[in-house]
Design a protein around this ligand. Structure first.
Ligand code: SAH
Length: 345
């Protein structure tokens, strides 16, 4: 069945029912801009168009299965079930200073197998469709509406590698940016990647204003290969050429995970500085979210602060990130991973 994100099908139904374009605009605004419930949005249309839309378009293609609200920092972890029974997750972040954001998934599981990432342990099931990606934003918007909030930032940092699902991720970004639909600024959309060079170039060509984040995590080829198997295929050297190209006209965000004794030593710092020299970037130092079954450990806060100061002193824009939602396991893939275990036990 077509979904509410199917523009052609919506247009066919509009014509069939002789609905005026301005009425369609009211309907779209109610649904996508004002986050009305689908029945509320449909109410702006006359019958029989209302029933026709309801009978021929699917309004929700993922169902909220669980909601976990952090008691410490206003993060909400949402677990959705897809029509074919897969679980995906999104995290709504309500930072004290700053705008409401959502971290969304682009795939069920992931094929990148990064050693520090819980999603990587699940293996890869399938790509999410455009509708499944957008529905995470739509449903979160409805959830935060009673709080007087709306989602202002969308980051593709949930489950999956967005640049290995280019077709559906690009279609979703197009929808988020479209003035007729979500009307979001590209500056408020971030696509985060392990580093798929051709797709990074394609992203900045297609959406010059969308933010790009590269999960670098190490500037040493041997270390990065151990952490991120994809870097055997796309080496640091190759990625640096890509970084130079995609950073013309924008500042790329560099995600750098601080792992004790693995990515936080003096030689790691030196390699990082050498690697990024001359490239306009913003470095985010990420604390490691530990989870069972993994023997990696995060760098102590004071050591992270020192690493941060050194980068700043060398002229790099650097921010120390704090983990949100740690009590609801909001790090990549964690909660679904817990659930899988419960089911298996
Ligand atoms: N595949 C994409 C987006 C999903 S992961 C990417 O790799 O960028 C989003 C971010 O969370 C990435 O920077 C990833 O490296 C990081 N991440 C994964 N597991 C983590 C963990 N246990 N603790 C902290 N960050 C983690």
């Amino acid at each position: 069945m077509s979904t509410i994100y199917d523009r052609d099908e919506a247009e066919t139904i509009r014509r069939r029912n002789a609905i005026q374009p301005h009425q369609m605009k009211l309907f779209r605004n109610a649904l996508f801009k004002h986050s009305e419930s689908w029945s509320g949005a449909l109410a702006v249309l006359p019958e029989p168009a209302r029933s026709d839309f309801m009978n021929h378009l699917q309004f929700e293609c993922i169902a909220l299965a669980e909601r976990h609200d952090s008691s410490i920092d206003g993060a909400s972890k949402l677990i959705f079930r897809t029509d074919d029974g897969n679980l995906i997750e999104s995290v709504v972040l309500r930072p004290k200073t700053g705008r409401t954001s959502i971290c969304i998934s682009s795939q069920v599981g992931c094929a990148c197998y990064c050693s520090f990432c819980a999603t990587g342990k699940m293996g890869f099931t399938r790509n999410l469709t455009q509708a499944e990606i957008l529905d995470q934003v739509m449903q979160a918007n409805r959830m935060v509406k009673p709080e007087g909030r709306s989602i202002r930032n969308v980051v593709f940092m949930g489950m999956g590698e967005p640049l290995l699902n280019v077709e559906h991720v690009f279609a979703a970004v197009d929808f988020l940016k479209s003035a007729e639909y979500f009307n979001m600024s590209g500056a408020h959309i971030t696509v985060s990647t392990v580093g798929i060079p051709h797709a990074m170039e394609q992203l900045v060509e297609t959406f010059p204003d969308v933010q790009l984040a590269l999960s670098l995590h190490s500037a040493r080829q041997d270390v990065r290969e151990r952490l991120m198997p994809q870097s055997r295929r796309y080496t640091l050297e190759h990625l640096r050429e890509t970084l130079k190209k995609v950073s013309a006209g924008r500042k790329v965000m560099i995600e750098y995970l601080m792992l004790a004794g693995v990515t936080d030593r003096e030689e790691d710092l030196q390699a990082l500085m050498d690697y990024l020299k001359g490239i306009p970037v913003h470095i985010n130092l990420i604390p490691f979210n530990e989870y069972p079954g993994n023997n990696l450990h995060g760098t102590a806060t004071s050591d992270r602060a020192h690493f941060c100061d050194r980068l700043k002193a060398a002229g790099f824009n650097t921010t120390m990130r704090y983990s949100l939602g740690s009590d609801v396991a909001a790090a990549c893939g964690q909660l679904v991973q817990h659930k899988r275990k419960e089911v298996m036990a």
